[in-house]
Design a protein around this ligand. Structure first.
Ligand SMILES: Cc1cc2nc3c(=O)[nH]c(=O)nc-3n(C[C@H](O)[C@H](O)[C@H](O)COP(=O)(O)OP(=O)(O)OC[C@H]3O[C@@H](n4cnc5c(N)ncnc54)[C@H](O)[C@@H]3O)c2cc1C
Length: 79
């Protein structure tokens, strides 16, 4: 594994946003997760019948605030 400036444990939305902000600043970030897919509680999965995908937990974030990347930026920088 290449040397990283930051190691983030877990791949939920907060980890992904922190990693993106740090990456924008040129920092090397490694995300370590325990699941086979990223997203934490905010992800879509085929959990009922084949071909039918569902929001597993969070269901209103995208519709009420726009997609995550267009949401207001955090006031505190993680770096
Ligand atoms: C039932 C439910 C419904 C919700 N509905 C909404 C909604 O409608 N709208 C909305 O805006 N929000 C909703 N939320 C809240 C939203 O899902 C959370 O605020 C958001 O997902 C939190 O993101 P996070 O990155 O902080 O944590 P999480 O999404 O919980 O991600 C944390 C990740 O870290 C991993 N992890 C933890 N410990 C370790 C470890 N030791 N090693 C490796 N990996 C680890 C976990 O497996 C997980 O993947 C809901 C939450 C729940 C539980």
């Amino acid at each position: 594994m290449p040397a990283a400036d930051y190691v983030i444990v877990g791949s939920g939305i907060n980890a992904l946003v922190a990693a993106a902000l740090l990456g924008r600043k040129g920092r090397k970030v490694v995300i370590v997760g325990r699941n086979d897919r990223i997203g934490g509680a905010i992800r879509t999965a085929e959990i009922t019948a084949p071909g039918f995908v569902h929001d597993v937990m969070a269901t209103t974030r995208g519709r009420s605030r726009g997609f995550t990347t267009s949401a207001p930026r955090p006031t505190r920088d993680p770096d």
